[in-house]
Ligand binder design. Sequence first.
Ligand code: KDO
Length: 334
Amino acid sequence: MIRKLFTRRFTLLGGAALLMALAAPSFANAKTLLRISTPAVPDDWHAKMWTVFKESLDKSAPGEFDVQINLNAALFKQGAEPAAMARGNLELSTVSAADIAKQVPEFSIFTAGYVVRDPAQQQKIFNGPIGAELFKTVSSKMDITPLATAYLGTRQLNLREVRNVKTPADLKGVKLRMPGSKDWLFLGESLGATATPLAFGEVYLGLKTGTIDGQDNPLPSVRAAKFYEVTKQIVLTSHLVDGLFIAISNKSFNALNPAQQQKVITAAQAAATFNNENRLKEEAQLVEFFKKQGLQVTTPDVTAFHKSVQATYLNSDYAKVWPKGLLDRINATK
Ligand code: KDO
């Protein structure tokens, strides 16, 4: 009798355990997969911010999301993310103004040098009516929704060999690596250099071997990607107050319920805030760091760069597709 009871209990318990085990995979499947792909290197703030995103969702929606972070362009190559998101092969990424300009030509205004004045203005532009209007177009044309604006930093020149650079004329013949799209290349040319396209992940080797003479990036990325190890000079041109937009594929976003959508937005904003605060703080300290590493940090005639770059854009086809009054509205954003 006792034995029978024991067996019965055992079977019941065993059955329950078996049921739970069988049910487990479907619990796991019930989690919404959020794959992230970025070319960012692990030590850069816009890589670390994704951990903040993940932690925020783990806290606000425990067990609801499976956030998978892929750094170093491990999942999609740099620039391929928007198409992957539109197809539904990728849920989240950061997209640049140049990525957006490929499909929303008016957005090229933010790929132009010396348009956005500083990081504070950048946040006001994209968190205000200009951002709201343009993001609506982005969503309908690209099938992705920008959720928050991350400050990537202010782009500076970084050269392999020391050079006396005061004006754009001094960059004549310099093979300057730019990210691989026409808007980026135009920016490089507008600085007076010979722009050459290369993916971010190949820049270190390019500098080391001399296939390129220099590259441009914000100082925190020069540190995180260790470009200072293979270059001798930083020229503080401050030519682009650069931003990245944390974006989600519309397919994924529309599949979420309103409460989940709000949690994803909140997580993206927390990630951007983390990035922005840390990047600004670090950016202000890095000149000293690079000097200690033996680099020459020089200041060119920024007004000369500003004037020349601005004239190049205004005389180009780019300015023709900028909506009437947009530049004035940007300039008036304080
Ligand atoms: C770069 O390739 O120089 C760039 O800074 C361009 C940005 O838009 C962005 O893709 C960034 O690289 C990567 O996230 C790596 O930091």
